[in-house]
Design a binder for this molecule. Sequence first.
Ligand SMILES: Nc1ncnc2c1ncn2[C@@H]1O[C@H](COP(=O)(O)OP(=O)(O)OP(=O)(O)O)[C@@H](O)[C@H]1O
Ligand SMILES: [Mg+2]
Length: 248
Amino acid sequence: MTNATEFPSCARKPEPDNILELQNVRAGYSESRVLWGVDMTVQQGRITTVMGRNGAGKTTLMRAIMGLVRTKDPIRYCREEIQNRSTYKRARKGIAYVPQGREIIPKLTVYENILIGTEARSDSIRSFNEDEIYGLFPVLKDFRHRQGGNLSGGQQQQLAIARALAGNPRLLILDEPTEGIQPSVTLEIAGVLNKLAERGLTILLVEQKLDFARRLTDRYYIMERGRIIKQAHKNEMDFEELKTYLSV
Ligand SMILES: Nc1ncnc2c1ncn2[C@@H]1O[C@H](COP(=O)(O)OP(=O)(O)OP(=O)(O)O)[C@@H](O)[C@H]1O
Ligand SMILES: [Mg+2]
């Protein structure tokens, strides 16, 4: 992960390209519809952030992108429709997902947790670049033999991101990485995500904390009741208006 070639672009073009495109995506859980037709594009090499109140459908949207909730509507990744692909295939194609609540495996060590992320690699390599991963998250090197469950919330979040990176993704999806985490670790995570974006990794972020989002975001999508009600580039966003769409 020392340079952009570690995160190969789909199109291998220098100019921004849409790595992910959603078209009128509808999805939900058994009888209850949550997403009511979401259109969204994620530009290669940029940080795109989805914001909105609790229950707006942000997590459901990320789960639809990963194939953890079903949709028949077009989700294009690197111009290819993936809505009928399994979650495993999507991961192998380079989409990494850090779920809300992190979901690391508490009984496994830090090292073993990161190793699990290599299952998503499209090649057969089942090791990760320790210098790179531990360079981004030095605390994980210190604690590499500890059980994941013994880490603090912030450290577990860093572990979840490290595990995702071990799969060598093109697109990293993070669902509320700052939830329940102390401000100092939040700043560290923002620093790492900016570094990754500079190296060419595309990031799709779900976030409720505006301070954190503003450190990172290139384009905002605001969700309300399962719909995108506003989108704007960071230079065009009215942040006072944006605050009215967030939970206080
Ligand atoms: N597994 C599930 N089964 C049924 N309904 C669900 C399930 N998960 C979420 N929902 C419902 O779907 C709606 C959207 O939930 P979702 O978790 O996507 O929202 P969110 O924007 O991520 O919220 P938060 O900010 O609290 O994480 C809510 O009404 C929620 O109750
Ligand atoms: Mg959520």
